[in-house]
Ligand binder design. Structure first.
Ligand code: ZN
Length: 133
């Protein structure tokens, strides 16, 4: 089964916890044992899994990405002016696969699934596909 989650971001860099929305898709799918693919079809957004309990963690991830891959760099070639967003998205990747066991995402206690938008604000799509029985 496949569903699309739509996420409205609010800032240029927005990291949104989408775990609950993904859990609901898995529940609706009726999948008991298999895989859940979480994919975002954008070149300046990405999907990652990390700590969701303390929001300071994703704040630090955004801070470190800004430091490593600054928004402004006179040597970027891409004329659209959002090279940093493309590079951050390329490095992190636009999908994750999570095992589903006993009908539940097998995430660790502190893990959450995030959509990161590096060129917002805008509406982003996340395709959630469940595979298995
Ligand atoms: Zn671009």
């Amino acid at each position: 089964m496949t569903e699309v989650i739509r996420v409205r971001t609010t800032k240029r860099t927005s990291i949104v916890n989408i775990t609950q929305a993904v859990r609901e898709v898995v529940k609706r799918s009726g999948l008991k044992e298999g895989l859940c693919v979480v994919y975002t079809p954008h070149t300046t957004a990405c999907v990652f899994i990390n700590e969701g309990a303390d929001p300071a963690v994703v704040q630090d991830i955004a801070y470190a990405l800004e430091k490593l891959i600054p928004w402004n760099d006179p040597n970027y070639a891409h004329l659209e002016g959002n090279s940093a967003a493309h590079i951050r998205s390329a490095i992190i990747g636009n999908s994750r696969v999570v095992p589903v066991v006993n009908g539940e995402l097998a995430l660790g206690t502190w893990e959450s699934i995030f959509l990161a938008d590096f060129d917002g604000p805008r509406e982003r799509k996340v395709i959630v596909m469940t595979l298995g029985a």
